[in-house]
Ligand binder design. Sequence first.
Ligand SMILES: [Zn+2]
Length: 363
Amino acid sequence: MSRRLPRLDVGDWDGDIVRPGDRRDLEIVISESYSGNEIHLPVHVARAEKPGPTGFVVAAIHGDEINGTGIVRQLVLEEELKLTAGAMILVPVVNMPAFDRHSRYLPDRRDLNRAFPGSPDGSMARRLAHLVFQQIVGRCDFGVDLHSAAVRRTNVPNVRGDLDHPEVLRMTEAFGCELIVHSKGPDNSFRREATLAGCPTILLEAGEVWKVEQTVVETAVRGIRNLLIELGMAEGEPVLPTYQVKSRKTKWVRAEHGGFLHFHVAPGELVEKGQALATNSSLLGRVQNVLPSPANGIILGMTTLPAVSPGDPICHLALLDQPMRKIERAIDRLPEESLHERLRADLSSSLLVDEPAGSAEPE
Ligand SMILES: [Zn+2]
């Protein structure tokens, strides 16, 4: 199903002209603050001389997920894009009112990422969504939406999209993350609605809120460059991941008891069914229970807060139904300075991770 969206020209922003071969910083008025001042959306538009597709990279639809802001800034500042055809629209912060409050939500406590495609006369969220949708998605043929884990959690970089949509599938594969997760996204989320409107959009989930993490930025910039090469918009060879797996199902492993966690796995780690994920102990360190992995999979996300109550999410597992031995062998051969290894070390730097008591190194 495709919903109609009026197409706007990437070269004309309400009379501000961006010609082929130009790069411009623009400011679009998207709302007004409580003090009556205009709120601007900063946008960078880069056009190659040669015609081609137009894409977007947007960040901070959730105002506290600023890893994406760091990624977009890197793309703008270092002129990483080096476009040979087409055009790119880069938006470091979509949800400016939330960003200004270091918050996920808009000041009226609505989630902007449940308000798309929006409407010109609805709530604050829906009006903002409408403007962003018309101005950005309305100019594009494809897009990338950058997110991070919720507060007190971290995610290993993974791309998500509707894998039953051929263009979305192609983009998720080309991006070159190790982990691809099938998910259309919630109703009225940006990427779901953009894809429905004829602009196939993928989402990157990576790292924590309130941070710009070096290895997350490296992974994303590499992925976006890979994608542009795939779409004929940039030259060069794509940098492929060590392995690539798709997961169609994810599962949260939750705490059974209140207590303090000691983790045995890091984000991005492969785990087997039954493997110890974390030990839950009392505040004096007396073991209460060990949480086993319910299935084979990859640790997609984890809590960064070791104090838990029953039901609190601990590990988000991307379930895999393929044999993992081949992937494990590929990982074992990686040098320590590889992005994969540095990323794992980075993402677990705020967690205490070691082997469960009495266990030997797995074979
Ligand atoms: Zn988000």
